[in-house]
Design a protein around this ligand. Sequence first.
Ligand SMILES: *Cc1c(COP(=O)(O)O)cnc(C)c1O
Length: 420
Amino acid sequence: MTSSSGPAAAPAAPGTPGRSGASMNGRPLLNRRLAEFGTTIFAEMSALAVRTGAINLGQGFPDTDGPEEVREAAVRALRDGRGNQYPPGPGVPELRTAVAAHQSHHYGLAYDPDREVLVTAGATEAIAASLLALVEPGDEVIALEPYYDSYAAAIALAGGTRVPVTLRPRDGRFVLDLDELRDAVTPRTRLLLLNTPHNPTGTVLTREELAEIAKLAVEQDLLVVTDEVYEHLVFTDEVTPAHLPLASFPGMRERTVTIGSAGKTFSFTGWKVGWVTSTPELVTAVRSAKQYLTFVASGPFQYAVAEALALPDSYFTSFREDMRAKRDLLAAGLTAAGFEVYRPAGTYFITTDIRPLGDSRSGAGDGFAFCRALPERAGVVAIPNAVFYDHREAGAPFVRFAFCKRTAVLADAVDRLKAL
Ligand SMILES: *Cc1c(COP(=O)(O)O)cnc(C)c1O
């Protein structure tokens, strides 16, 4: 249920705009759907990194650009005048075809590029448009907690009620309790909003868990929106493809909206190219909302991403192996520094528990206090996971570090964390 303290905002910190906000005509300027969302923690922590010269492992963006040939493809598109004017509403045909080919090549899922693929302004717009299109005011939306920060705001904008189901640490992994998920479903539940691989915990839902979720969705006739932007960052040692799209489970293709993003897969987060694959009916519904948000975006970049999606398997393999090495470097450093480390099976984030550090300066398990002090103590910035929770206390001792940074930067951070 919606709590009075918003998920995406930190408790008011000195010098940051609070959510009390300005008013006019005797009313708050910010409408009540958004009133609980203050400035995101990322703004506060990134400003802190700049002020203190700390290494920013807070926000999850790579510090090197993606493949040179993809960057060149964008330059070519710009020069050749492709995409400099409004591209078609559903996205340029080249990209829709490439998205469909990607789903088929990597997962054996067939989508019609003309009717079952929609290009969006990043995954963020895909999430917002899906919820605005599919949720009526009063509908309940179940989301895994901790959740990516835009979920709560998008549910609120749609007038929905978020119902968090908490992932809990067990045996070194954050685990979804399937009974809790089942119990969270009510007659008012409209859709499940899932995310695997999961940010911030690094959990990858297993085949068995996904099968149970699929069974529940079919039984209860629920829509599912699944955020799979980290599909190419799965580190489990099973045979490839390691990522299992929820849409590939029995009964799911016709009720699932699947979301992907070039930002995470090709390390071009500034390009904001995302996509939706689903049935013609669901894609049409999502497009109805999307056309009044941005209408279209990222024209020339769409052509470049079409080329990126067709890169040989070796690109995806070396991208994953590079990130796996970075994960191992940072995980070892965090363990050596005294954190309890939840070794991620996917994404480029590591969630840690600060309590084993054991000192009062770690804020006695208060992730906010810990993260505000960390730049001064060790010259590193991290994010308190509590911002991703409605149940703040459940997330209090957890802190997230991003490892999508150059190896030298991670090595420096590991060195600095020895100060703890
Ligand atoms: C980064 C991220 C997004 C947003 O992707 P964009 O394509 O940059 O909009 C969505 N979901 C999750 C889980 C993310 O980590």
